[in-house]
Design a protein around this ligand. Structure first.
Ligand code: DGL
Length: 259
């Protein structure tokens, strides 16, 4: 079984790509909505939540863990690999590398949470792949909430998205990296602002391909195609997101309180 987690519904964008590549893989998705957003929280807190959720997914039978959250990957990926040395992890990192190699203006914008932009992982990605290119990070604090409250393709989401993206475009960015797994769900709002001005870079498909490589090495890329979704908090807005990312027939459980 492939275990996937995020602070909320955003990681379902990654789950959707995984499902497309491996239609019969068994997937257990955990969204920690009761404690979302993770972005403004300390790295220590996000690590504690991530360890707890990893333990839960492993106890349920997951053999590979996809940290489908940039904020949790930034805070927890290295420590998780140390804490669970026998477990295979696949994490997210802002896709600065492809953006830097395709920009013609020499300016790349990265939209992410504050937690991701302040972390060492982002610093290292920029240092490794951003030489000769201007990388501008923008924390878009309300975008995660917009998705969690189902506020997509609305006047409010259009305004919030434009407010964050316009300064990047005005500074010449011709590539916008989606550094948060919630953000592809605002794809229509984002496309309306950047159309003809910049390309969007989403690392989700590459992370899904990496997950399938690991899963097939472990022999768990084929199963019954079962999809279970466990959420803390509630399941508000889940159906709309499931449909947007192309997932079908999930068995949904809402778990009260924290993980
Ligand atoms: N999907 C998470 C990410 O990729 C959202 C973080 C949050 O909860 O603030 O960073």
């Amino acid at each position: 079984m492939i275990g996937i987690f995020d602070s909320g519904l955003g990681g379902l964008t990654v789950a959707g790509h995984i499902r497309r590549l491996a239609p019969t893989a068994d997937i257990l998705y955990f969204g920690d909505r009761a404690r979302a957003p993770y972005g403004p929280r300390s790295a220590e807190e996000v690590l504690a939540f991530s360890s707890e959720i990893t333990r839960r997914l492993l106890d349920a039978g997951a053999r590979v863990i996809v940290v489908a959250c940039n904020t949790a990957s930034a805070a927890a990926l290295h420590p998780l690999r140390e804490q669970f040395p026998d477990t295979q992890f696949v994490g997210m990192e802002p896709a600065v590398k492809p953006a830097a190699s395709h920009t013609t203006s020499g300016v790349v914008g990265v939209v992410a949470t504050a937690g991701t932009l302040n972390g060492a992982l982002y610093e290292s990605v920029v240092a490794r792949f951003g030489s000769g290119v201007t990388i501008i990070g923008a924390a878009c604090p309300d975008w995660v909430d917009l998705v969690e409250t189902g506020d997509m393709r609305t006047e409010r989401s259009a305004e919030a998205v434009a407010r964050c993206l316009e300064p990047l475009l005005e500074q010449g960015a011709d590539r916008i990296v989606l550094g948060c797994t919630h953000f592809p769900l605002l794809g229509d709002d984002i496309a309306r602002v950047v159309e003809g001005r910049a390309g969007i870079v989403d690392p989700g498909p590459a992370v899904a391909r990496q997950t399938i490589r690991v899963a097939s090495r472990l022999g768990i890329d084929r199963g019954d195609g079962h999809l279970a979704i466990q959420l803390t908090g509630d399941s508000r807005g889940l159906d709309a997101v499931i449909e947007l990312v192309g997932l079908a027939n999930p068995e949904v459980a809402v778990i009260s309180g924290s993980a």
